[in-house]
Write a protein that binds this ligand. Structure first.
Ligand SMILES: NC(=O)c1ccc[n+]([C@@H]2O[C@H](COP(=O)([O-])OP(=O)(O)OC[C@H]3O[C@@H](n4cnc5c(N)ncnc54)[C@H](O)[C@@H]3O)[C@@H](O)[C@H]2O)c1
Length: 359
């Protein structure tokens, strides 16, 4: 499907490195190699040939696109260096540690003319893409209310530790930056409405993990104002027992509503007030063009998380093959926008009042 000369390299060989490599191979993109924290670690990951160093990867002329799948504190310097070397860049979320960094990356990327994308892959669940088209066509009417949550349980114990807990590696906002950003990006994408103001309450239930003091939040409850007067409320948590990884939303419009959960991603509930509500299965024959483009297999064959990367990269690599940025995938503009929303969340939580998103 893809241009056979396109070559990619992946930086970071953990959870995301594995998933990026897998998705690219499914698309027929040549994975020239991977960069880890050391050559030995990259080799041990067994994903693709390991480079001696990040710089050696940048010097490889077979590599047109670089995927940054490293801890957040490394994104800014690695993206800058990749763009300076003339590579298209796909960067994991959150795009950077601060809005100053993300503004710099956005400006640098725009000036370069290269393709820049931020890895908000969850937008690419087929039914989420379908709903985007439904909302754009006025299928829900005016958007009034957005509610939902993103809940996980993998940091619920005092012994649970990960680089994300350390603000110098993951950023000042942990649960919000790591998963809340996906929920807010998804609702902005679906409705086409930007978040304009927030009232945020950040909570830390575990003050010390593995004998180390913790400065980042375990959970957050956030009220949201969207453009056009829509209201939202989201709960974000990494300490919710039994919730492995559930992003759920409901969007209520003046005509109809829609609800979806990432733990049942092949079902979309469409609510009506004046006739029976509907449960739409992910059957490409029943979806609009956007939903069909993101689907890989026929209905009844469940698609999931790893498939969203394939669908996202199909859009990004079409732009890379065309040699210029496209419009149908999340870019550094979206990544920077989310950092501005997170700035407002930090301000609101610190001051105990509503804060406007300063764009
Ligand atoms: N889009 C999503 O759904 C999603 C899911 C999980 C994580 N993420 C994001 O992906 C990024 C990576 O997260 P992860 O869960 O894969 O973390 P991870 O800890 O599993 O992997 C990080 C990898 O980076 C490597 N690394 C560390 N320093 C390095 C360096 N200097 N050069 C090269 N490699 C280095 C580590 O050895 C490790 O292999 C983060 O930004 C995270 O927010 C996104």
């Amino acid at each position: 499907m893809m241009n056979a000369v396109t070559g990619a390299a992946i930086v970071g060989t953990g959870f995301m490195g594995r998933v990026h490599v897998d998705a690219l191979r499914r698309l027929g993109v040549n994975v020239a190699g991977v960069v880890g924290s050391s050559r030995e670690r990259a080799e041990a990951a067994g994903l693709a040939p390991a480079y001696d160093s990040f710089e050696a990867m940048l010097a490889d002329t077979r590599v047109q696109a670089v995927h940054i799948a490293t801890p957040n504190h490394l994104h800014h310097a690695q993206v800058k260096a990749a763009i300076a070397a003339g590579k298209h860049v796909v960067c994991e979320k959150p795009l950077a540690m601060s809005s100053e960094e993300s503004a710099d990356l956005l400006e640098t990327a725009r000036r370069s003319g290269l393709v820049h994308a931020v890895n908000h892959n969850l937008r690419f669940y087929p039914l989420v893409q379908h709903l985007h088209g439904v909302i754009a066509d006025g299928g829900l009417g005016d958007i009034r209310l957005l509610s939902g949550h993103y809940l996980q349980d993998w940091l619920m114990r005092e012994t649970d530790w990960n680089w994300r807990v350390d603000r110098s590696l993951g950023g000042a906002l942990r649960a919000v930056g790591d998963i809340g950003s996906h929920w807010m990006d998804m609702t902005q994408f679906l409705t086409g409405l930007k978040i304009t103001a927030v009232m945020a309450d950040l909570a830390r239930f575990i003050e010390s993990r593995d004998s180390r003091d913790v400065e980042t939040e375990d959970a957050a409850t956030i009220l949201l104002h969207y453009e056009g007067g829509a209201r939202g409320a989201v709960v974000v948590s990494q300490v919710s027992p039994g919730r492995k990884n559930q992003l759920a939303f409901e969007i209520d419009g003046s005509k109809s509503s829609a609800a979806w959960s990432s733990e049942s991603p092949d079902e979309l509930w469409i609510g009506h007030g004046d006739r029976p509500s509907q449960l739409l299965p992910r059957d490409p024959n029943l979806l609009n063009d956007e939903g069909r483009a993101a689907s890989f297999v026929p209905g009844g064959h469940v698609e999931g998380y790893a498939d969203t990367f394939r669908a996202l990269y199909a859009a990004i690599y079409a732009a890379i093959d065309a040699g210029r940025p496209g419009t149908n995938y999340p870019t550094f503009a979206d990544g920077h926008d989310m950092m501005l929303v997170m700035d407002a969340i930090t301000r609101s939580a610190g001051e105990g009042r509503w804060a406007h998103v300063q764009r």
